[in-house]
Design a protein around this ligand. Structure first.
Ligand code: AFP
Length: 333
């Protein structure tokens, strides 16, 4: 069987006019950084990289050593190539300008360097999520305002999953494509063309410990599923919650499902739990490109107009019929 590498795939996308040379370079550089993060993640305790870094990130959460390492790897890999006008990281308060000594390009890169990092110390899958926007025409030194574009304007999005194998999932707006890292060769191999989210599902993902804080539509939706065969849905549902969004979304891309981190009384003051620019937008683009849907419960995630770089939003995404049902329950409330 002929193996197609990420590089070949991207060259073909460029020939077909779906990416520019700079976007191809950007994705290749992110993929290279992901390989380096994967090496660090997989060494675990052997590299002394587990545990707290002794600092808090901009969200006020304790940073793991690997959060800091992954953030540095992505910044250093991307700052000198000439493809970016700026970067923003979930781990860093302000945007990250490109140092003066390097040429600048036309794209903005946003990333969550190590999502689910509270899972690292227990050796459960974590991931990197990224989103690519165009720097507005004529702007050379972008400020935060240039990053505040709705998710529908993303030109690419993807994530890496550091699980039993390392996978890179990518969309440039023409379906969702999955690659698996061949560790011996050091290459990403095209293993999952045109991934799709089934429209129906028997599986949901939500942190049920927050049940008492949920709003009525989410309570209704979940309890109807829990009632199973004898309830209004007339069939049984299964539940999964990894607490690494990348792993939960990857399961949904692979076999369907609905993932929810809704607004609740616990996170209402912050606007939600998950970050719009680093988690919700890229995952929403991927899920929509795979035929699924993604809403806040009240509006399409990709239409949310961002007001802050580190803004949080409620997230409901996955199998289209289920996302539409829970969104309808919000409208009827
Ligand atoms: P961490 O990166 O702090 O582990 O947060 C992970 C995350 O943002 C997302 O990946 C999970 O889906 C969600 O938080 C889990 O949140 P709970 O711990 O509240 O279930």
């Amino acid at each position: 069987m002929q193996r197609i590498t990420l590089t070949q795939f991207l060259i073909e996308q460029q020939r077909a006019g779906r990416t520019t040379a700079d976007l191809r370079l950007l994705i290749e550089v992110v993929a290279r950084a992901v390989k380096a993060i994967s090496v660090n993640v997989s060494k675990g305790a052997l590299a002394g990289v587990l545990g707290e870094a002794g600092s808090d990130n901009v969200q006020g959460e304790a940073q793991k050593k690997l959060d800091v390492i992954a953030n540095e790897i992505l910044i250093q890999a991307n700052e000198w190539g000439g493809h970016l006008a700026g970067m923003a990281s979930e781990e860093v308060e302000d945007i990250r300008p490109i140092p003066r000594e390097f040429p600048k390009g036309g794209y903005l890169l946003l990333f969550d360097p190590l999502d689910g990092s509270s899972n690292i110390d227990v050796n459960i899958s974590v991931g990197t999520i990224f989103s690519v926007l165009r720097c507005p025409e004529g702007c050379v030194e972008p400020s935060e305002a240039e990053f505040l574009q709705p998710g529908r304007d993303q030109v690419a999005a993807g994530y890496a999953l550091y699980g039993p194998s390392t996978q890179l999932i990518l969309t440039v707006g023409d379906g969702v494509h999955g690659f698996t890292l061949d560790r011996e060769m050091g290459s990403f191999i095209y293993t999952h063309p045109f991934m799709t989210v089934p429209v129906d599902t028997h599986e949901f993902a939500i942190n049920a410990s927050n049940a008492r804080f949920w709003e009525a539509p989410v309570k209704r939706y979940v309890s109807e599923m829990q009632e199973g065969k004898t309830g209004p849905r007339g069939r049984d549902f299964n539940m999964r919650w990894v607490a690494s969004m990348v792993a939960d979304v990857h399961r949904i891309l692979t076999r369907g499902g609905v993932f929810m981190y809704p607004i609740d009384e616990k996170c209402r003051a912050q606007g939600g739990k998950l970050r719009l620019m680093y988690e919700a937008n890229p995952m929403a683009m991927i899920v929509e490109q795979a035929g699924g849907a993604a809403t806040t419960g009240r509006e399409r995630i990709l239409d949310v107009a961002p007001t802050r770089l580190h803004q949080r939003v409620p997230v409901i995404l996955g199998s289209r019929n289920e996302v539409e049902r829970v969104t309808r329950y919000h409208a009827e409330d």
